[in-house]
Design a protein around this ligand. Structure first.
Ligand code: 5AD
Ligand code: SF4
Length: 440
């Protein structure tokens, strides 16, 4: 699909300034990695406009809330922040507030803008309009994923597609992010090569359904293979079971530079619920995919997303989810309580599940996931692993790293993020592994 370019008119708006003359801005990011990535773009715009980034609202002339709309509590959290910002603005400490991201693209944003007197509300396709708002004289940008990721970082997200062509009953993403647009292969590879020539050692290919990527006869696996030849370490998220090809799973097992972690959201183990959700596959097909993955990538890790309490979910449906969780033996999972999003089909469906039932089902799924994960993690004890350091050591001297199998590891080292250490796994919890002293 082609990209659309919009030109922002030449116009300079007065931007806020502090007494010292330096304009300051604070960016808060809520939600998924897509939003983290968008915040990087926003960050560069405000830097170009001469703003210094600050961490506290009270130090900021301009506050940008880059928001998530996927679940109800995300909106509640943002409302809390908007209330606090209203107070700071009345005290003259914060001057302007902008709301961007998925809430900005949703219907509810007009009400929020009125209630909290927000200066600028932008959706996900027009974040470039922020340029004008922060006083950049001109800005020309595409709204497609042609935009580069963060450079100069050891670990970088590279967007390969935006939007989503599915219509899952509960999901607001197709409404707020639009239909799928795939970034051309040459553009992705070009960016990856540029990043790797800089300081990037870890590239994550990003999109709502990355495995649905296709462009000029090429499919996701072709792109992944090409990237895995250019980058020293590669991962991708998120995938959709209907698009996941066996050859991609085999490539994960065969190629040394791909992190052997598959995130494949299943949402439910009940065929009836999968149909209501419009997921487009049955539980059996998902199980078969996982069998292929476990065989192709025996030392790999598997994670998923599960929604409990979708309208109409019966006790039998829930039991089937528990069975699937047992069969697939996930290494980790994100479990969500259903949250109605205005504008989605599920928000209007009958058969609401009482809160107490949702809570019990949530805990049952969680317990089962944790038991399996703990059992699997314990098998790693004794292995010597090469660990990529993601976050440097905290006060306790422990850094957080990742093995090639995709396990999170706490390791005692002061090496900087982006480097590797070798260490033996000494113990395991349900969520992370603990390594001993690194040998280098
Ligand atoms: N309610 C609960 N969970 C949801 N998700 C998306 N929309 C909703 C909703 N309305 C979950 C899905 C998805 C993940 C990113 O968030 O599990 O895979
Ligand atoms: Fe939402 Fe994912 Fe379904 Fe797309 S595939 S509608 S992003 S849950």
């Amino acid at each position: 699909m082609s990209s659309t370019t919009r030109t922002i008119p030449l116009m300079r708006k007065p931007a806020a300034r502090t007494a010292s003359g330096t304009k300051t801005a604070c960016i808060r990011t809520f939600g998924c990695q897509m939003n983290v990535h968008d915040s990087d773009r926003i960050r560069r715009m405000i830097q170009d406009a001469g703003y210094a980034e600050v961490q506290r609202y009270e130090d900021a002339d301009l506050v940008i809330l880059n928001t998530c709309y996927v679940r109800e509590n995300a909106v509640d959290r943002v409302k809390g922040h908007l209330g606090e910002l209203g107070r700071l603005r009345r005290e003259g400490r914060v001057k302007r507030v902008a709301l961007t991201g998925c809430i900005g693209a949703a219907e509810e944003s007009a009400t929020l803008q009125r209630t909290y007197d927000i200066d600028l509300v932008l959706g996900t396709h027009n974040t470039y309009e922020l340029a004008e708002f922060v006083g950049l004289p001109t800005m020309r940008e595409t709204y497609t994923p042609e935009l580069p990721g963060t450079e100069g970082e050891h670990s970088t997200f590279v967007t390969i597609m935006t939007g989503c062509n599915y219509q899952c009953s509960y999901c607001i993403v197709p409404t707020v992010r639009g239909r799928m647009i795939c970034r051309p292969m040459g553009s992705v590879i070009g960016e990856v090569e540029r990043l790797v020539a800089g300081s990037t050692g870890y590239v994550t290919l990003l999109g709502q359904t990355v495995d649905a990527w296709r462009h000029e006869g090429k499919r996701f696996c072709d792109l992944l293979e090409a990237v895995s030849e250019s980058a020293p370490r590669v991962w991708f998220t998120t995938s959709h079971p209907s698009n996941m090809e066996d050859r991609t799973l085999r490539a994960m097992g065969e190629r040394d530079t791909i992190v052997k972690r598959l995130h494949l959201p299943v949402q439910s183990g009940s065929d009836r619920m999968l149909k209501v959700m419009h997921r487009g596959y049955k539980a059996e097909r998902y199980r078969r995919k996982i069998e292929v993955f476990r065989e192709a990538v025996p030392d790999g890790t598997l994670s998923t997303d599960i929604i409990v309490g979708h309208p109409g979910e019966t006790e039998e449906d829930h039991e089937q989810t528990l069975e699937l969780v047992e069969d697939c033996s996930f290494d980790s999972a994100y479990i969500f309580k259903f949250s109605p999003r205005r504008g989605t089909e599920a928000a209007t469906l009958p058969g609401a599940v009482p809160d107490a039932v949702v809570q019990r089902r949530f805990l049952e799924v969680l317990r089962q996931i944790e038991q399996n994960a703990f059992r699997r993690n314990r098998r790693k004890v004794g292995d010597v692993e090469e660990i990529y350091i993601r976050h440097g050591s905290a006060e306790d001297g422990k850094a957080i790293g990742e093995t090639w199998s995709g396990h999170a590891v706490h390791v005692n080292t002061d090496v900087a993020p982006g480097n590797y250490v070798r260490a033996r796994i000494e113990s395991a919890g349900p969520h992370v592994l603990y390594a001993g002293e690194p040998s280098r």
